[in-house]
Write a protein that binds this ligand. Structure first.
Ligand SMILES: [Zn+2]
Length: 451
């Protein structure tokens, strides 16, 4: 396997900026890192290099709806009206549609600087609700999209069995999501075979929510994770909290921490509506907060209590969830800005004398890697997942100012992106953009025609 070397004037290594760095890659991993070196002939030269970010929460098919739900209905709009339209799309898509939309999405993620995706995958069955001949058909299509684009995949097959707390029957609109314990076990087997074939892929498990799985079902499916990550939607909506209290007498996060073996393998998606006790307890259990700031803002969910969570050394990462907008910088900016609006304060995520951009970036890098069970940052032996930034408009900046500028000031762009050592993006464009985008356009035209 040929060696491949990159020279960077500055690179973010282990949380610190180093200058005049050479990264040598071999077979998708970083073989060596040299600092304070001069550029030599085989090196590909770049100005600034930062680690690739993990996107810890995505529903790929929802990319097809981006920008189509921003019209006010007859009453005040909410998450639940958004969900109605989401179900309509979910019910109409074929395996080919799903693969085309996922490829477009994963291409956009790479162009944004995300090098791995956690696909919280719940659209499993055929349009009539019956399992495909291969129950993992859609998971295979997600895998194919990851291969076509080059993004790292942590597949999180979703267990979904009920429409509400207490095991209520699923609705007709949920028929493509639904599994029994037995069919879910078969699905997990198919996903395990598929991910074993994909270099660098990981497999976890995702009980959809406390609405969708009973306590008994949760206990039955957890062993199927086999050491993989466990992700769950929780406390996204006030109604969900109220329904959980009516069902159990406890709030969702409170119930989960009391009744399930929550530890550092768990990623709690949203965890928006928590008391201070829940927030601190969640951090002490070392569960990762899977924050989706753009989607949470778009859906009007609420604001995660970041201050008490960080005081307890809680770990968070970010995900693009509904995929309304794909941007590392905008996710991190929205995270901080939501805090500022809620607290009427500034630089909430940082500690004194620290760059907010750098804290946001490094925290999310660590949380994303833990949640997706992947490598964190640029290190010898780690996957060669990194991003070069185009700083042509801001050549006067010092390296430690770059992340603030990228996240808050829009003056820096992603230039090139490597995932598992492969250069997927050059000059801000994915190498397969024309083919993938053309296929996506034709699929969308047909979907909207039929809608
Ligand atoms: Zn979600």
């Amino acid at each position: 396997m040929a060696l491949n070397s990159i020279f960077a004037e500055a690179a973010l290594l282990g949380g610190e900026w180093a200058t005049n760095v050479r990264l040598t890659m071999e077979a998708g991993t970083i073989r060596s890192i040299e600092r304070g070196v001069a550029i030599s002939a085989p090196d590909e030269r770049h100005r600034l290099i930062v680690p690739g970010m993990g996107n810890l929460h995505s529903h790929a098919f929802q990319r097809a709806m981006a920008g189509l739900t921003e019209v006010r209905g007859p009453t005040s709009d909410s998450f639940w009206s958004w969900r109605t339209l989401m179900y309509k799309f979910a019910l109409s898509m074929t395996p080919d549609d799903i693969e085309a939309v996922a490829s477009q999405l994963y291409m956009e993620m790479l162009e944004a600087g995300f090098t791995r995706v956690g696909e919280f995958h719940y659209l499993h069955h055929d349009r009539d609700g019956r399992a495909y001949a291969n129950i993992a058909e859609h998971a295979e299509r997600i895998g194919a999209a990851s291969v076509e684009t080059g993004i790292g995949l942590t597949l999180l097959p979703v267990f979904y069995a009920h429409s509400g707390f207490g095991g209520s029957a699923p609705t007709e609109g949920q028929r493509r999501f639904i599994n029994s314990i037995e069919s879910f076990s078969a699905l997990m087997d198919g996903c395990r075979t598929m991910t074993a074939r994909l270099p660098g892929a990981r497999l976890g498990i995702a009980p959809h929510s406390l609405r969708a799985a009973t306590p008994e079902e949760l206990r039955d499916i957890l062993p199927m994770a086999a050491g993989g990550a466990v992700h769950i939607h929780i406390s996204e909506q006030v109604k969900e909290v109220e329904d959980c209290i009516a069902w159990s007498g406890a709030r969702p996060v409170e119930w989960l921490l009391e009744n399930m073996p929550v530890d550092e393998r768990w990623c709690l998606i949203h965890a928006t509506h928590m008391t201070e006790t829940e927030t601190r307890d969640m951090a002490r259990r070392r569960a990762i907060a899977g924050l989706c700031p753009i989607t949470e803002a778009n859906l009007g969910d609420g604001i995660f209590p970041v201050e008490p969570f960080l005081e307890e050394k809680g770990c968070f990462g970010v995900g693009s969830d509904s995929n309304i907008s794909i941007s590392v910088a905008q996710e991190l900016r929205q995270l901080e800005y939501s805090q500022r609006l809620g607290l009427r304060s500034r630089n909430v995520v940082a500690v004194p004398q620290q760059s907010t951009g750098q804290r946001l970036f490094l925290q999310s890098l660590e949380g994303g890697a833990r949640a997706l069970q992947s490598d964190s940052g640029i290190a010898v032996g780690a996957a060669a997942d990194f991003v070069s930034l185009d700083i042509a408009a801001t050549p006067y900046l010092l390296p430690h100012q770059v992340l603030d500028q990228w996240i808050f000031a829009d003056s820096i762009k992603v230039d090139c992106v490597w995932a598992a050592g492969a250069k997927c993006v050059a000059g801000g464009r994915h190498t397969q953009r024309d083919v993938i985008a053309a296929r996506f356009r034709s699929v969308m035209a047909a979907l909207l025609d039929a809608a």
